[in-house]
Design a protein around this ligand. Structure first.
Ligand code: ADP
Ligand code: MG
Length: 557
């Protein structure tokens, strides 16, 4: 039987691929810079085994040059280069990754610095260019070759001149159309921004001529412009640095550079995990509530890096909703990415990381609560509401995670207290954790139904936020002590309730009359021992208190 190869219309395939796997045009630069960085890495690995090769750090860099007149953008590197055969194999075959092969050949289990693996990144260039030229000279060759393609009818390879080892990729940018502009990729500020965004932590310098200005010499007014070669990327990511070398200011600077917020971080956690899944993370708890935090527009998430290259700006799966205020980043070498690197292929590793991060945030908050109460209260003012929502949502599944992070105002302490604090102060005969709900502390203080409970010397938690009571109802109990509203019909303060029952029996006629009179307004009228100086109070029967009813009614409207 004759075996035939599939025929593919490569032009169509290329178009389809390039336009369907990437959502943003700007990432072509990330891909080309990643290739350049890989090429330098390969030189480095080669130098480890080849004594004739010396790896002189200063020589290795990536250069970006824009030529507006000719609409050309150049990405040059001093990396390992490509032979004629490699140009053909690696750039002439879609989905052929020389880098993946390199990792395998050299058994670089820890060669995880090399980014390439899919063999398609290079073609992202055709999203913005209609012609691509690659001039390369391999470290293994005296000759240089020029690869050229307009993306439509294949490519050509011809000998050319190049004195040094390395690769020069030149893109002839597409002409603007009515819908699309490509000019931006020739603008200095735009290129800088893209490099900063995706490639800031590439380990080799990415250099560019940057326009500067200085006051004119002598007495002349005005400024003269000149260009200066600058390294655009910061190279060593802060999360790979040793914690002991970093100050709080370094972290704050990073928070601001990354635009996590306009405020200052209240605290940070720097995590380096080298277990089942390896990752570094820097997590921040902001000081202030972002203006859109409690709206639908707010998007939770951490930046996700694979090997120092930004993959996702906001990876929501890394944070539970109740910690949605946390900002920061995660970098891992162990992520399996999909081909466009815009998504993750398996989320097993991600789930592990997320679980781990959740635990870190929790313990950071607990420590803060214990060691720096003032700071914790600042945090709680901004985000406590979110924690309470967290308790209430998912049918209380997060109870264990969150109950110790809650604070409520206490009638006896006149400040915010934790549930643990409350329980530790409970009176010997006290069976429940009491709370009262109202608009403000002052108003709750005046509620008739707080009188008796307070009189007994019991502490009462004051709830002023809509979510408070719902959260507490979800918790049901804390350390086996049930929560009870001072307004609920059945307070477990025994002897008083029994006495009230006798009163009920004695005055049953009067109460029946009152009920009749208030028909449709109240369900029952009863005697109570809970009052001292007030004649009457309103109470609800069952799970839903009057305050909760108000909230539910408001929500239903
Ligand atoms: P990947 O980077 O995932 O391997 P690419 O399509 O980006 O896929 O690149 C294909 C291959 O071309 C790379 O694996 C590498 O072997 C080669 N290559 C691309 N750019 C360069 C470069 N600047 N220097 C040396 N080799 C390169
Ligand atoms: Mg690549």
């Amino acid at each position: 039987m004759e075996k035939k190869q599939f025929q593919a219309e490569s032009k169509r395939l290329l178009e389809m691929m390039v336009n369907s796997i990437y959502t943003q045009k700007e990432i072509f630069l990330r891909e080309l810079i990643s290739n350049a960085s890989d090429a330098i890495d390969k030189m480095y690995y080669r130098s480890l085994t080849d004594e004739a090769l010396e790896f002189d750090q200063d020589h290795y860099a990536v250069y970006i040059r824009a030529d507006k007149e000719n609409r050309e953008l150049v990405i040059e590197d001093t990396g390992i280069g490509m032979t004629k055969a490699e140009l053909e194999e690696n750039l002439g075959t879609i989905a052929k990754s020389g880098s993946l092969a390199f990792k395998k050949e050299n058994e670089l289990k820890d060669g995880h610095d090399i980014i390439g693996q899919f063999g398609v990144g290079f073609y992202a260039a055709f999203m913005v260019a209609d012609e691509v030229t690659v001039i390369s000279r391999s470290v293994d060759s005296e000759e240089a070759y020029k690869w050229h393609s307009n993306g439509t009818d294949g490519y050509t390879i011809a000998p050319t001149e190049k004195d040094t080892v390395g690769t020069i990729v030149t893109l002839k940018l597409k002409e603007n159309t009515e819908e699309e502009s490509y000019d931006e990729f020739l603008e200095e500020y735009r290129l800088k921004a893209i490099i900063k965004k995706y490639s800031d932590f590439i380990r080799y310098p990415i250099k560019m001529d940057v326009t500067m200005s200085k006051p004119k010499e002598g007495d002349e007014e005005g400024y003269t412009e000149y260009t200066e070669e600058q390294t655009i990327n910061s190279m060593v990511p802060i999360w790979r640095k040793n914690k002991s070398e970093l100050t709080d200011d370094d972290y704050t600077q990073f928070y601001q550079d990354q635009r996590y917020g306009f405020d200052q971080p209240l605290t940070h956690v720097h995590v380096s995990v080298d277990g089942a899944v390896r990752y570094n993370a820097i997590l921040f708890i902001p000081e202030n509530t972002p203006f859109d935090f409690y709206t639908k527009e707010y998007e939770k998430g951490l930046q996700l890096y694979a090997n120092g290259v930004l993959i996702m700006e906001k990876c929501g799966d890394l944070l539970p909703d109740y910690f949605s205020f946390v900002k920061g980043m995660v970098d891992s070498e162990d992520l399996s990415l999909n081909i466009s690197r815009e998504m993750l292929q398996h989320d097993r590793q991600l789930k592990l990381i997320a679980k781990n991060i959740k635990a870190k945030i929790k313990s950071q908050l607990k420590t803060m609560l214990k060691k720096d109460r003032e700071k914790y209260e600042t945090f709680y003012k901004s985000f406590g509401r979110q924690l309470k929502f967290g308790v209430y949502s998912d049918f209380g599944a997060n109870k264990e995670d969150l109950q110790d992070l809650l604070l409520f105002y206490s009638s006896t302490e006149k400040k915010l207290v934790s549930l643990a604090d409350y329980v530790s102060r409970m009176k010997e005969d006290q069976k429940q954790i009491y709370y009262a709900t109202g608009e403000s502390y002052e108003r709750i203080e005046k509620l008739p139904q707080t009188e008796m409970v307070a009189d007994k010397g019991y502490e009462i938690l004051y709830f002023t936020e809509d979510v408070d009571e719902f959260a507490i109802k979800t918790l049901r109990s804390y350390e086996e002590k049930e929560f009870a509203s001072v307004s609920s019909a059945d307070l477990k303060i025994d002897e008083d309730e029994k006495e009230a029952q006798t009163d009920n029996d004695d005055h049953s006629e009067l109460f029946a009359k009152m009920k009749e009179f208030l028909a449709g307004k109240v369900k029952d009228v009863r005697a109570s021992k809970r009052l001292k100086t007030h004649p009457v109070f309103l109470a609800a029967e069952g799970e839903i208190t009057i305050e909760m009813e108000k909230v539910l009614q408001a929500q239903a409207m």
